[in-house]
Design a protein around this ligand. Structure first.
Ligand SMILES: [Zn+2]
Ligand SMILES: [Zn+2]
Length: 240
């Protein structure tokens, strides 16, 4: 298995990432990546951009140097009601919206019930395409309930390479989540969460984990250009 698109990446706009959008595009072109999404953090994360940044992303062409560049965000879920730190007016202008729970930006009780409630709201939010790195042991949720609902609503669960590569305590959760996605035919996206060019498109650890459990490529929306374009068409995201 391989990935042809990396739907979770950061640029210098996130401040704690170190490559510009153009450097990321160069790297994608150089390594033959078909597409990637620029998904910098929503504004409640320290040092992250003003909403104007997200509203002006159309300044970057959809295809540049032969790479399809999706304009996106990694919005922060701030409470168990599913509130986000980006307005609908910002989200509705983007190609690909990720919602994530992060320790510095989640301002509510941490419990399985609260995290399940927050993610169930993401399943219902028409602007949200995917939840990221949900294998976090800090934000445990009722995997089966949420994954069933995500499958039903056509939302994606991320298999986050950075979690599998760098965070051993995430790995058993990631495997359990992947197995439940398989059981309920919930589609996933395998992404790097790159914070520099050297990480872009390199998801070997996540791919190895999925291959180990015989995860079907058909459920990985970024495993082939055919799967990827099918997903974009379904979401009314322009192919080019
Ligand atoms: Zn994140
Ligand atoms: Zn991220």
């Amino acid at each position: 298995m391989k990935i042809v698109a990396d739907l979770h990446t950061h640029t210098v706009a996130s401040v704690h990432a170190y490559a510009t959008a153009l450097e990321m595009i160069h790297e994608a072109a150089r390594t033959g990546l078909h597409a990637f999404a620029i998904t910098d953090h929503g504004e409640s994360m320290h040092g992250t951009p003003h909403p104007y940044y997200f509203m002006n992303l159309h300044a970057i062409p959809r295809v540049y140097e032969g790479v399809r560049v999706l304009k996106g965000i990694e919005a922060n879920i701030t409470d168990s009601l599913g509130n986000l730190d980006a307005d609908d007016s910002v989200l509705s202008n983007l190609d690909f919206c990720i919602a994530s729970l992060h320790m510095p930006t989640y301002k509510d009780t941490v419990s399985v019930e609260a995290c399940t409630a927050a993610y169930m709201q993401m399943a219902r939010n028409p602007h949200i395409n995917m939840i990221a790195h949900s294998g976090s042991p800090y934000f445990k949720y009722d995997y089966e309930t949420v994954i069933k609902e995500f499958a039903h609503k056509g939302k994606l669960i991320e298999i986050n390479n950075a979690s599998i590569k760098h965070k051993p305590d995430f790995v058993p959760n990631c495997i359990e989540i992947a197995k439940l996605c398989m059981k309920h035919s919930c589609r996933v996206s395998v992404d790097t969460d790159a914070h520099f060019v050297t990480q872009l498109g390199r998801a070997q650890e996540a791919i190895a984990m999925l291959e180990e459990i015989n995860f079907p490529e058909e459920l990985v929306v970024n495993s082939s250009i055919r799967n990827f374009n099918k997903y974009l068409s379904e979401m009314n995201i322009p192919l080019e």
